[in-house]
Design a protein around this ligand. Structure first.
Ligand SMILES: [Zn+2]
Length: 439
């Protein structure tokens, strides 16, 4: 099936183009033409077409915690305690309902691909489900129901702290016994999803969650590998006390980084960490709104860019689901850090919000170009926040997820004005799922 779309503005190759027509066939872009009138039969948007936004780091069920768990004096660790309470009564049905609603929210925000860092594998008390991948398959069904592209980062999480303390309480649901147990379950998941649209990758939860001698085995699994590192200063101190080296240093020393690896957060890093990351060919994913929401700190993205490290973006805990805001926060955090404007070029920020995320999730072709998936978001330029902006590249300085008027995945419109084409009102879905999650 062939579809044609047209808009007065479009972001092509990181640059604004006028009067752009995009033709899609069998889910891929087959032609991109600039300076053309509306073709016969085209869907014409009064807005700007930009590549599908890519959310490289998600824990989908955390969405239920938005607007909650913020006691006075709280921090990352008290937030985590609230998250563990939620984990306690998560079951496959509730996870599927929450994930369906949250992926629909992402699509409404122009996000067409997500990296799901999935770590709740077992039932309450650490009892495995009969199908050991029942929770993972709940996420797969949710993604399929919404149409979002899914990279499932199947996470290994074996211990409670860097000193080898065993998992306890709600954490028992994250475990696989040992790394061979993870490999066995992971292999079954990869087999089950072979030949589907889902990309299966792996994840090392963190240097707190996985012993160093297991890193290489996880990284050697097929697909991309993600790892949380250096989100919290306390995590760095504990790692240095135990191993005499930073978390990224420990990952590098034990084969935990390679091309195709992504280090998530990388806030409290040393010059040696930067060198180790760049030297390994790994990339970095930052999640500015979550990192600010939790009081983690801010990553020095300019330093990564200067070291030649690819940077992608994630909404992590979903305090905010808005990749345009995440990209803007990268620039604003670095403006505050360096005391000047324009630290990152517009094209570089758009790359972080789109193609770099796709690369981090194992997808090399992305953007409004022939051969790439026909995924894009349309930003409304008639809204209060965007009125008067006449270049698609400049929309990153003002637009938010609320300005996304349509989202196209594989050449089909899946969301328009907050309504999912098959699921209906995204906000109703979220309210219902979150209402069931919080008791
Ligand atoms: Zn995370």
């Amino acid at each position: 099936m062939t579809s044609i779309f047209w808009a007065p503005m479009a972001l092509v190759g990181g640059i604004d183009h006028e009067n752009v027509s995009i033709e899609a066939s069998d889910g891929k872009i087959t032609s991109v033409s600039s300076g053309v009138p509306v073709p016969p039969g085209a869907v014409a948007f009064e807005g700007a077409m930009v590549p599908g936004l890519v959310n490289a780091h998600s824990h989908v069920f955390h969405r239920a915690l938005r607007g909650r768990a913020t006691p006075a004096g709280g921090d990352f660790w008290s937030w985590r305690a609230g998250m563990y309470e939620l984990v306690d009564h998560l079951d496959p049905e509730l996870l599927e309902e929450l994930a369906t609603a949250t992926y629909a929210e992402m699509l409404a925000a122009g996000i067409t691909q997500v990296g799901e860092f999935h770590y709740v594998h077992r039932g309450p008390g650490g009892v495995p489900y009969t199908d050991r991948n029942e929770m993972a398959m709940a996420i797969v069904r949710a993604a399929a129901a919404t149409g979002i592209r899914l990279c499932l980062l199947d996470t290994c999480y074996l211990m409670a702290d860097v000193d080898g303390t065993p998992l306890q309480g709600p954490q028992l649901r994250f475990g696989d016994g040992d790394v061979d147990g993870w490999s066995e379950r992971h292999g079954r998941l990869a087999d089950e999803l072979a030949g589907t649209e889902v990309v299966v990758g792996s994840a090392i939860h963190s240097v707190r969650g996985v012993p160093a001698d297991a890193f290489a085995q996880i990284v050697e699994a097929s697909g991309p590998t993600h790892v949380h590192a250096s989100e919290q200063a306390a995590e760095n101190r504990a790692c240095v006390d135990r191993h005499g080296v930073t978390p990224i240093g420990l990952l590098a020393r034990h084969g935990g980084l390679r091309p195709g690896s992504t280090v998530v957060h990388a806030i409290h890093v040393t010059s040696g960490d930067l060198e180790a990351t760049a030297g390994s060919g790994a990339s970095v994913c930052v999640c500015p709104t979550t990192e600010l929401d939790l009081g983690d700190g801010t990553a020095d993205v300019a330093a990564f860019a200067a070291a030649g490290i690819d940077v992608s973006l994630g909404s992590d805990s979903h305090a905010v689901v808005d990749l345009l805001v995440e990209a803007r926060m990268v620039e604003w955090n670095d403006r505050a850090r360096y005391g000047r404007r324009g630290v990152h070029a517009s094209a570089a920020l758009w790359d972080m919000a789109t193609s770099a995320g796709a690369r981090s999730l194992g997808c090399e072709r992305w953007g409004l170009e022939v051969g790439a998936p026909a995924d894009f978001a349309v930003l409304d330029t008639r809204r209060p926040a965007t009125a008067g902006i006449d270049r698609s590249d400049m929309l990153l300085s003002a637009a938010t997820a609320g300005d996304v008027m349509a989202t196209v995945v594989g050449g089909e419109i899946v969301c328009e004005a907050g309504e999912h084409h098959t699921l209906g009102s995204v906000s109703s879905r979220l309210a219902s799922a979150i209402g069931r999650s919080i008791t």
